[in-house]
Design a protein around this ligand. Structure first.
Ligand code: G1P
Length: 297
């Protein structure tokens, strides 16, 4: 049976974006006029997912509000005759079956995924981390589904990162490479450069078999004192093969200030509404700084 359920962990504290994340969940930061989490939801829907479970935590109510109906706003738009906006708004709450579970304590990604156990049942499922926006022709999670349908195995999305960034990610030890698909020999969460087995980093996209839950039950706390999904996958390798797929597309770390700005600029430049004017503004800004000899660092 194909993958029809996805889990989107969104309970993280967003410490890289403090102080704004004290009051606003990072998943709701806007990239143009859509929140970060919406890019993940659209990726899942465009890959054929029907049921999405968002793992929320304290202070994340605005995510639930965003996917709910908004009777006052709808009545206001209807009264004004703004039927286009009204339909767009209604579509948001009809897009998919969105479910919620609240993670009571931020105990790490492994624990967040474990919270989905009773929702998942017996079939393989997708995990999409909301921080990672992947802009691609074929949705990133769909690329992984194609590998998992062929192998029946757990599949992880990876991309090569620079040496400087290796310690920010889960890193795989690839056994061999067959057309951008690697068999995974080992994984390590946030290794130092000298301990990293490669520069192939996990990019926040996974297709997992439900057997992962028995490993998630057994893992001790790992990197950062948290329960790590990477450690559960490492445990699973002894029981079943794991593959990694080199994702085709551009990935933005939207949970980081620089990555967030890069994604904002890229999507704004493509916007039919403001793209051209924004490009002209960037050109003017560039020329101005060049003439004033303001360094671009
Ligand atoms: C998580 C995973 C890590 C992965 C990363 C991708 O880390 O634990 O393996 O490489 O997402 O963004 P986090 O960024 O939540 O610390």
């Amino acid at each position: 049976m194909g993958v029809t359920k996805a889990v989107i962990p969104a309970a993280g504290l967003g410490t890289r974006f403090l102080p704004v994340t004290k009051a606003l969940p990072k998943e709701m930061f806007p990239i143009c006029n859509k929140p970060i989490i919406q890019y993940c939801i659209e990726e899942a829907i465009n890959s054929g997912i029907e049921d999405i479970l968002i793992i929320t935590g304290r202070g994340k109510w605005s995510i639930v509000d965003y996917y709910d109906r908004s009777p006052e706003l709808e009545a206001h738009l209807a009264k004004k005759g703004n039927y286009l906006q009204l339909e767009k708004l209604r579509q948001l709450s009809r897009m998919a079956n969105i479910h919620y579970i609240r993670q009571n304590e931020p105990l790490g990604l492994g624990h967040a995924v474990y919270c989905a156990k009773s929702f998942i049942g017996q079939n393989p499922f997708a995990v999409l981390l909301g921080d990672d926006i992947i802009k691609s022709d074929i949705p990133a999670i769909k690329q992984l589904m194609e590998v998992s349908e062929g192998t029946g195995s757990n599949v992880i999305g990876v991309q090569e990162v620079s040496e400087r960034d290796v310690s920010k990610y889960g890193i795989i030890d690839p056994l061999h490479n067959d057309h951008d698909i690697y068999c995974v020999k080992d994984l390590v969460e946030k290794p130092s450069l000298k301990d990293a087995p490669s520069r192939l980093a996990i990019m926040g996209r996974y297709i997992l078999n439900p057997s992962i839950f028995s490993s998630l039950e057994k893992i001790p706390k790992g990197a950062g004192g948290e329960f790590q999904l990477t450690d559960a996958l490492k445990m699973q390798i002894k029981l079943e093969p794991i593959y990694a797929c080199n994702l085709k597309g551009i990935r933005y770390d939207a949970g980081d200030k620089l990555g967030f700005l890069m994604a904002t600029i890229e999507y704004a430049l493509e916007s039919p509404e403001i793209g051209l004017e924004f490009a002209q503004y960037l050109d003017t800004l560039y020329e101005k700084r060049k003439n004033m000899r303001i360094p671009f660092i």
